[in-house]
Design a protein around this ligand. Structure first.
Ligand code: CP
Length: 335
């Protein structure tokens, strides 16, 4: 069976993404009643991290365990990836032993290179381009916290801050689903044209709306959700003074900015957060903050993604076939 990878939400239709989110919500309901079905009994997930992680690593490992499978944490420096072995050889070897491969990569090209050789599904756990598993969790969280009676397509999401890998995936999934997506940032930190072209094409198909602006007050005035992320990441340490000066104080999500949004507006952050930088404690810890519901939903979304990709590929031998092989092996051992 040709593997279906999970590398960008742009690879999936609106119907497919809604299907995945519906599955995530069903599995979460089962989990809340203590009966997560062991849909991936015996499955294994190879997980390669080129960068640190708390939420993504823990959520995928726990998700695999609770679904009846297991995950292997493979750290660069402790495996041969890209040093004594080519990416293609590693991809083919892991494909022979595991049911899926997860990668958090410094460069998106590494993700695409791995997927080109893998014969099992490859899951993107963040690159310098995007973070697709994060935003399945985010839309699930928005559906749970949306204003009563408001349809998904009517939701207004305003991302305040740098055009990060999370921004790209959130912009892609929101516009693909027909939502209203706004990005507020200084012009130098707005998304590149290539990302905007994809989001505009999504809107043309879905009826969604895209606004890119440096006017943060206007951007939040109708927002159902304000979302923010770090202003700098690994490798951007030299840019910290310039970035800080560009964003602070105008683009900080603080009490003054939140006061410009509707009273029902919720605050989201993919975490980790630099508290006191892109968002203040009083906002992140306020009743309007849903950051820990959002973090918890990483676990439920990973279960949805893993089940969606792997369940159709799981072998389902008959009881007779299982008994036949067990009998042959036991006869051999007892001869
Ligand atoms: N949001 C997120 O991906 O968190 P981690 O870097 O801790 O995995």
């Amino acid at each position: 069976m040709t593997p279906k990878h999970f590398i960008t939400v742009q690879d999936f239709t609106k119907a497919e993404l809604l299907d995945l989110i519906a599955l995530t919500r069903l599995i979460k309901e089962a989990d809340k009643q203590g009966c997560t079905p062991r849909l991936l009994e015996g499955a294994s997930l190879a997980m390669i991290f080129e960068e640190p992680s708390t939420r993504t690593r823990v959520s995928f490992e726990v998700a695999m365990a609770e679904l009846g499978g297991h995950a292997l944490y493979l750290k660069p420096g402790e495996i041969h990836l890209g040093v004594r072995e080519s990416l293609g050889d590693t991809a083919q070897v892991l494909s022979r032993m595991c049911d899926a491969i997860f990668l958090r990569a410094l460069k998106h090209e590494t993700m695409e290179g791995l997927a080109a050789y893998a014969t099992v599904p490859v899951i993107n756990g963040l690159t310098d381009y995007n973070h697709p598993t994060q935003v399945v969790c985010d839309v699930t969280t928005m559906l749970e916290h949306r204003p009563a009676g408001k349809a998904l397509e009517d939701l207004r999401v305003t991302f305040v801050g740098d055009a990060t890998n999370v921004l790209s995936s959130l912009m892609f999934i929101s516009t693909r689903l027909g939502m209203h997506f706004t990005h507020a940032a200084p012009k130098a930190y707005q998304p590149p044209d290539a990302w905007l072209a994809l989001a505009e094409a999504n809107c043309a198909e879905s009826g969604g709306a895209l606004t890119i602006t440096d006017d943060v007050a206007a951007a939040v005035q109708d927002a159902d959700f304000i979302y923010t992320d770090l202003w700098w990441w690994v490798g951007q340490e030299d840019e910290i003074p310039d970035r800080y000066a560009a964003f602070m104080p105008t683009y900080q999500v603080n009490r003054d900015l939140l006061a410009k949004a509707p009273a029902h507006c919720k605050v989201m952050h993919c975490l980790p957060a630099s508290r006191g930088v892109e968002a203040t404690d009083e906002v992140l810890d306020s009743p309007q903050s849903i950051i820990f519901d959002q973090a918890e939903n990483r676990l439920h979304a990973e279960k949805g993604i893993l089940t969606w990709l792997l369940y159709p590929r799981m072998p389902r031998p008959s009881e007779a076939l299982k008994a036949y092989h067990q009998g042959r092996i036991e006869d051999f051992l007892n001869r």
